[in-house]
Design a protein around this ligand. Structure first.
Ligand code: SAM
Length: 340
């Protein structure tokens, strides 16, 4: 097994089928933003359904995202992510880091899966923001439907004024930081694999020692001074990008700079979406492998990557960047050629 033909490619396929084809101990960093398993945002991700959920507005047609509260979501997430994490453990180099975005609600399930797969859970980063739509609902709609007289309903409405369903405004996303065990000491591991330590020369905000809090919007002076990374621009996302959960490039760049020692490193994102991780890797001169099940997203990813190239950011590396749209269901070009 050799990764040569996967390098700098966005692969259309299911991560569970593609990951077993990656060489053991070959990846320096896994940086990913998997489906969070809230409502329909699971491993059977469907763009249409996800769009309906995320475009939810105040009209009470259906329950808002995150409202459908089922114990099964967490269990399914755990079981699926355990299988994914076992594969990631195999393909990461000793000392290699694994960063995974998640939701506050199901973070515990995700981290338990990663822990049970053998990783050391090193930390939890938080991505802090204030701009998010609160999802709590008032109960007026249900009070109106009660078979009570008008006066009693009015009294109840008054009594419960301001009391809403248990959904606090969500103002952060947790990002798990895990690590595959090192071989011998940190130093031995670094000398052999070029991975396992953190680059504390990376500065965030105004010359702040790198920390586990990041924000990409201005909140207030002190917070911005310590934790503010570059704000995402419209150009960064791409006008054509219809993906609903695009992550800020600056967070990906920050994590890559923090954890990868040389330009020879390979960064894997098994749920690459519109390819923010791959773009960050490319911008920083690192190699990448991206995987996503959705053809439309893969096409967007390739277009975004081409745009980085057009910006002539890495002119000299152009030859390396042969981005090919590969075929679905694990039967991608590499295998087809091999099987001939
Ligand atoms: C949260 S999004 C990632 C968004 C990405 N960070 C970005 O900035 O565009 C998760 C992605 O996982 C993909 N996905 C869902 N199940 C998958 C699977 N089994 N294998 C690979 N990709 C999958 C979805 O199509 C979706 O694009």
């Amino acid at each position: 097994m050799n990764n040569d033909k996967l390098i700098n490619k966005i692969i259309l396929g299911d991560a569970l089928k593609i990951l077993p084809q990656i060489e053991a101990n070959s990846i320096d960093l896994v940086l990913t933003d998997p489906p969070y398993f809230l409502d329909k945002m699971d491993n059977n991700w469907n763009h249409q359904t996800v769009s309906t959920i995320t475009d939810y507005c105040h009209v009470v047609k259906s329950l808002p995202p995150g409202m459908k509260f089922s114990k099964e979501q967490g269990k399914n997430f755990y079981e699926w992510y355990l299988r994914i994490s076992k594969e990631l453990y195999r393909i990461l180099k000793p000392g290699g880091f694994f960063f995974s975005f998640s939701s506050p609600r199901l973070y515990h399930r995700m981290v338990s899966a990663v822990d049970d797969a053998g990783f050391l859970i090193r930390d939890c980063f938080i991505w802090l923001y204030t701009q998010n739509q609160p999802k709590a609902m008032s109960l007026n709609h249900f009070i109106n439907k009660l078979d009570w007289d008008k006066k009693s309903k009015n009294e109840l409405r008054e009594k419960l004024d301001g009391w809403k369903t248990p959904q606090i405004k969500s103002c952060f996303e947790p990002i798990m930081m895990a690590q595959k065990e090192c071989e011998k000491t940190f130093l031995d591991n670094m000398l052999k694999y070029n991975v396992g330590l953190l680059n504390t020369n990376v500065k965030i905000g105004e010359d702040m020692f790198p920390s586990n809090v990041v924000t990409t919007q201005m909140i207030n002076g002190n917070i911005d001074k310590c934790f503010l990374l570059t704000k995402p621009t419209k150009e960064e996302k791409g006008e054509f990008n219809i993906h609903k959960t695009v992550k800020p490039l600056a967070i990906c760049e920050y994590i890559i700079k923090l954890t990868t020692f040389s330009e020879e490193t390979t960064i894997l994102d098994p749920f690459v979406g519109s390819s923010t991780t791959a773009i960050a890797a490319k911008k920083l001169g690192r190699k990448f492998i991206g995987v996503d099940t959705n053809r439309e997203y893969v096409e967007i990813a390739l277009k975004r990557l081409e745009n980085v190239e057009k910006g002539q950011v890495y002119k000299s590396k152009k030859a390396e960047m042969q981005l090919t749209l590969l075929e679905a269901k694990g039967k991608y070009i590499v295998n087809k050629k091999r099987n001939k």
